[in-house]
Design a protein. Structure first.
Length: 157
């Protein structure tokens, strides 16, 4: 199985980079993992809706170059799943012939509607709002947990 994490922006804090590196290392037992950190479009201090839309479109074009297989955009209006349900979704992607699952985290303004439309599963972490950098760590932990669940590991218990 191939897992891609496509994100807009880079992690700034060492402790978050360390946490991500730990989960990426753990995932190496279960899958081929690719991280694609893409450039965030710079906006003015008070961007207009038109400026935001243009930036999301440009970021979306970058995302399309790397997204493959089952595409999972992370968005506030997405579906909230339990850890077990996420494990089932990843397992069913493999069974249905998609050996790649691409998770996509956008910028602070979200994702281009076209990227959301490409998604076979739109996923939301919570009704609460999290910083994008923390969301990356949380998502990696949940992907790792999903592989543990699917392999019968003890981590989930």
């Amino acid at each position: 199985m191939n897992i891609k994490l496509i994100v807009i922006g880079k992690l700034k804090e060492d402790y978050l980079r360390s946490a991500c590196a730990e989960y990426i290392k753990r995932l190496g037992r279960y899958c081929t993992f690719e991280l694609h950190e893409l450039d965030e479009c710079r906006l003015s201090d008070s961007p207009s809706d038109k400026e935001i839309a243009a930036a999301l479109k440009k970021e979306g074009e970058q995302i399309k170059r790397f997204a493959a297989g089952m595409i999972v955009p992370m968005c506030i209006e997405g579906k909230q799943l339990s850890s077990t349900e996420l494990a089932e979704a990843i397992a069913s992607a493999g069974v249905s012939g998609s050996s790649t699952v691409s998770f996509v985290i956008g910028s602070s303004f979200g994702l281009d509607p076209e990227i959301k439309a490409m998604g076979q599963l739109r996923l939301s972490m919570s009704k609460m709002t999290f910083p994008h950098q923390l969301a990356r760590v949380m998502l990696l932990e949940q992907i790792y947990r999903a592989f543990q669940i699917n392999s019968g590991g003890k981590y989930h218990k």
